[in-house]
Design a protein around this ligand. Structure first.
Ligand SMILES: C[S@@+](CC[C@H](N)C(=O)[O-])C[C@H]1O[C@@H](n2cnc3c(N)ncnc32)[C@H](O)[C@@H]1O
Length: 213
């Protein structure tokens, strides 16, 4: 169980940042979204089925890739990101339940969802809280369900790594995020069995499909 103070401290900066950035988030990310992120979202959500939880739903960039027949809940700690997501759901004609919530303390019983997705979200947490975050995602996933993760990590290629280090202060300021979250190192320790792991974008993004147990 994660202490309330740790959780509040970790999320206060995130909430402030995303409430501030929500109106311009899509414009700032557009070049990445259209050049490669959409392709990865499409690949990842091919593994989604049944009742889906999209944690850190943001402005709803995953929405176009939810399977048509699925029931989806999106949660986010930022009220203003959720407002953008609500607008996108309306534009796309998708019915998505959107709730303000912290992914470290999900207000759902154990084993509620068939698929739990976190795309570019765990990189907002301090490394020390990533095991607790993964444990919380596993808790709400059905035993036969799956977790879908997309996250940055520092590229193994020196030029790309240097570029990422140069961009890090901007990423911290604009998105309360970091490139060296290291999510993939915690996946197996969280009791997850990796079904598929792939790297993209000059080895700076990892896609993980995993199952509990
Ligand atoms: C970089 S954005 C990614 C949004 C979306 N998942 C995507 O792929 O475009 C990170 C999102 O995660 C949310 N977030 C970060 N930490 C969170 C937490 N502890 N609980 C809930 N949402 C969180 C932020 O508010 C933000 O909307």
């Amino acid at each position: 169980m994660t202490g309330l103070t740790d959780v509040e401290a970790a999320t206060a900066e995130v909430v402030r940042t995303y409430d501030r950035m929500a109106p311009v988030y899509d414009a700032l990310d557009a070049i990445y979204e259209w050049s490669w992120k959409r392709r990865l979202r499409a690949e990842l959500f091919r593994h989604a089925e049944g009742r889906i939880l999209d944690v850190g739903v943001g402005t709803g960039c995953n929405m176009p890739f939810y399977p048509a027949d699925s029931e989806v809940v999106g949660i986010d700690s930022s009220r203003r990101m959720l407002a953008e997501a609500r607008e996108r759901a309306t534009r796309l004609g998708r019915s998505v339940t959107l709730r303000q919530m912290n992914l470290l303390q999900l207000d759902y019983p154990d084993h509620t969802f068939d698929t739990v997705a976190a795309t570019f979200v765990l990189l907002c947490l301090p490394e020390a809280l990533i095991p607790a975050a993964l444990a919380e995602l596993v808790r709400v996933t059905r035993p036969e369900g799956r977790l879908l993760l997309l996250d940055y990590h520092l590229s193994s290629r020196p030029a790309a790594r240097l570029w990422m280090r140069c961009l890090s202060p901007w990423l911290r300021w604009a998105f309360a995020a970091r490139y060296d979250a290291g999510t993939e190192h915690h996946v197996e320790a969280a009791g997850l069995r990796v079904v598929e792991r792939r790297s993209f974008a000059v080895d700076s993004v990892t896609m993980i499909v995993a199952r509990p147990g």
